[in-house]
Design a protein around this ligand. Structure first.
Ligand code: NI
Length: 218
């Protein structure tokens, strides 16, 4: 997918709730991140905004709200992105947590605002009835998400590529599928479609990154 330099490309949403193998079509690429396919062509000077890796967890990790309500989650992203633009470079949605890499516009690092909106829109769209802590009940907060989340500023192109791989391997790493391609809610499918990765790509699941997995931040 090509976009004008520095501008956000709106992707065609390929998510079809009726098709369990439909994927999450949230990924956009700019020329700036084409180095994933060929690192030697990477041009640092073309990077505009900063890129970040995130891990977000549900408060109750026995639930599968994210995949059960994937269309709601996607619309929460779209709602937020229409108001506060950002690029999703890679994403994987697991039943009770998700990982994503975003690039923000130049001079704008307010990812906190964006996540707050996404979390709020998603929570509001869900039926009530979740367990809530006393402090949340007192504040009138929903208890869907862990309050805090993992955030990591991408340092360079190697760090970017390592985190993209980490995202795409993740469903296999968590034992949800044996083949990376079998997990529908992942930008892996977009990378295959655009010719960046082969469909049988397996990555190297032995790579250990500190990515905020299975942590309770609250
Ligand atoms: Ni994970």
């Amino acid at each position: 997918m090509r976009a004008e330099s520095g501008r956000i490309a709106r992707t065609v949403c390929l998510l079809n709730p009726a098709n369990p193998l439909a994927h999450v079509g949230w990924v956009e690429q700019r020329d700036t991140h084409r180095y994933y396919a060929d690192m030697t062509n990477y041009r640092r000077s073309r990077i505009d905004g900063a890129s970040y890796f995130f891990t977000l967890n549900l408060a109750d990790r026995s639930l599968s709200l994210l995949t059960e309500h994937i269309a709601l989650l996607r619309s929460a992203f779209e709602y937020t992105r229409e108001r506060h633009p950002f690029i999703v470079n890679a994403i994987v949605v697991l039943p009770e947590h998700m990982h994503a890499i975003w690039t923000l516009p130049d001079g704008d690092n307010d990812f906190a605002l964006r996540w707050r909106l996404i979390k709020t829109v998603f929570s509001r769209g869900l039926p009530h009835g979740e367990r809530r802590s006393d402090s949340r009940q007192n504040k009138g907060e929903r208890g869907i998400w862990q309050r805090r989340y993992w955030e990591h500023l991408i340092r360079d192109e190697a760090d970017f590529a390592q985190h993209v791989d980490y995202i795409h391997i993740n469903p296999a790493k968590h034992g949800l599928v044996t083949r990376v391609a079998d997990w529908p809610h992942s930008s892996f499918h977009r990378y295959v479609q655009t010719g960046v990765l082969p469909i049988n790509w397996a990555g190297d699941s032995s790579v250990e990154l500190d990515c905020g997995e299975r942590r309770n931040f609250d």
